[in-house]
Design a protein around this ligand. Structure first.
Ligand code: BGP
Length: 479
């Protein structure tokens, strides 16, 4: 069957400053929390040069136009704008993003501008990062400068990307700086503070009467019980509450629903902690929920959960060796690889119906907002052959996920666009450069770009707006 995308459906690709820019010591950029962390001997990669977007953005954006992309997400590196604790604004940083935004517009590419994608300035990180009130205050100041400088040209703002991915990396798996493990209470506190910062930024933006729209992007991965048994069902529900529901409530429901708080506190009991937001904070969330214009959904994979009451255990699959990862948190659950669900070399399940389920669940449980799929993509070990990469697996992956999006749209979900992670191969926060996601292959020796087969496929899709359906996807996650 042939399926058609609406005329106003946006086909785009995603980037993030730290993962593509490089130029870490240029343009007056201050240090960010990742710089020193990645330079530790056990890491083996860093963001000093990344995909050199800092110098090559003009050609990358021209190429994006040639390949029919209509939009790009770009993030602003906070440490380029406020490099030091003295509150000085770095004019060179502002000029860089001003030129970048103009280059997009000149090429007919709409920039979707992200204010924060994991790269806290080092001086704020050292004071406690999002756990410190100072970070929230500084974020608002930073947001104001960006809105003032770019607000007349930017039509879509994303305040924050993936609070749970960040919180989990920082305080549960410990794979992100500051490397702390199993401190779920800190992860919860931090997500709450990020949501308050998002809310205040939304309120500020609206008060400035600028012409664009503002939203937030969450990485939402569905959690299913590995088997329908009460203990597994509860475990999946708890994982889902921590990773999805907590943030969706804060974003769209204007506060945490009683059952969400009850489940969060049930999880925190294992640490002897509790989470009790105060009324003034809830008011801030409530006001922003009404003002937020859209929701960004980032989706890669889903999880199949088993009840777990053993010791906390996280093993990271750093090298892309299938079957080497473990994630088991006492009081929440253990992620199990479900044999009939395909997965990537990094053990990420490939499960498009998880995206469909997530979109319908948002439709059913929250006030309606337009949705953009702000990230979706697959990391693969790839090699350049005759100037291209035959990445049929990526085409399959994108096709299946777009099919799930169309299914959800048929059910009344308002999805307005889709961004592939990522425009070009980029740094993966915990896997370096071997895990490639790009529509363009990057030869990191020369920084040359090569369009992959998927880029040609996507170019055609963006031009024709029709897609052949794949076999009916599995719509149930559990036995
Ligand atoms: C998302 C992040 C992206 C990107 C992606 C892939 O959560 O927002 O920045 O990194 O995950 O993840 P990874 O790089 O770990 O493979």
């Amino acid at each position: 069957m042939i399926r058609t995308f609406p005329k106003d459906f946006v086909f785009g690709a995603a980037t993030s400053a730290f993962q593509v820019e490089g130029g870490a010591r240029e343009g007056g950029r201050g240090a960010c929390c990742w710089d020193g962390f990645l330079q530790r001997p056990d890491k083996g990669f860093d963001g000093e040069e990344a995909s050199d977007f800092f110098h090559r953005y003009r050609e990358d954006i021209e190429r994006s136009r040639e390949f029919n992309l209509q939009a790009l997400t770009i993030s602003i590196a906070w440490p380029r704008i406020f490099p030091a604790p003295d509150g000085r604004v770095n004019e060179a940083g502002l000029q860089y993003y001003s030129d970048l935004i103009d280059t997009c517009l000149k090429n007919g590419i709409e920039p979707y501008v992200v204010l924060y994608h994991f790269d806290t300035p080092l001086y704020l990180f050292q004071k406690g990062d999002w756990l410190a009130q100072e970070t929230a205050e500084a974020f608002l100041q930073y947001a104001r400068v960006c809105f003032e400088r770019f607000g007349s040209r930017v039509r879509h703002w994303i305040t924050l990307k993936d609070p749970f991915t960040l919180a989990s990396g920082q305080y549960i798996t410990g794979l992100f700086p500051p490397n702390e493990k199993f401190a779920v209470s800190k992860a919860v506190e931090m997500m709450h503070r990020m949501m308050l910062a998002h809310s205040r930024a939304v309120r500020l933006y609206k008060s400035m009467k600028l012409p664009g729209k503002i939203g937030i992007a969450h990485r939402l991965e569905a959690a299913y019980p590995i088997k329908w048994q009460p203990a597994n069902t509860l475990a999946a529900d708890l994982e889902d509450t921590l990773a999805n529901e907590f943030l969706l409530d804060a974003t769209l429901a204007g506060g945490y629903r009683p059952e969400t708080l009850r489940k969060i506190n049930r999880i925190l009991r294992y640490e002897g902690r509790s989470f009790v937001p105060n009324e003034a904070e809830i008011e801030v969330l409530t006001e922003a929920a009404g003002l937020t214009d859209f929701l960004g959904v980032n989706y890669y994979s889903s999880h199949f959960i088993e009840y777990y009451d053993g010791e906390n255990k996280v093993v990271h699959n750093a090298q892309g060796k299938k079957g080497t990862s473990t994630f088991a948190i006492r009081g929440i659950g253990r992620r199990i690889h479900k044999t009939e669900v395909p997965s990537t070399d990094w053990d990420w399940s490939i499960f498009p119906s998880g995206l469909y389920d997530m979109l319908l669940r948002i439709r059913d449980n929250y006030p309606a907002k337009p949705i953009f799929i702000t990230e979706n993509g697959i990391g693969i070990h790839e090699q350049l052959q005759d100037g291209s990469v035959q990445d049929d697996r990526r085409i399959d992956y994108i096709r299946q996920h777009l099919n799930a999006v169309l299914d959800a749209m048929d059910e009344g979900v308002e999805v307005k666009g889709y961004f592939i992670w990522s425009l070009m191969d980029a740094l993966s926060w915990t896997n370096g450069y071997e895990k490639r996601y790009g529509l363009f292959y990057v030869d990191y020796e020369t920084q040359q770009r090569y369009p992959k087969k998927s880029m040609y496929w996507y170019k055609d899709l963006a031009a024709k707006r029709i897609m052949l359906t794949v076999n009916a996807i599995q719509t149930k996650g559990v036995d």
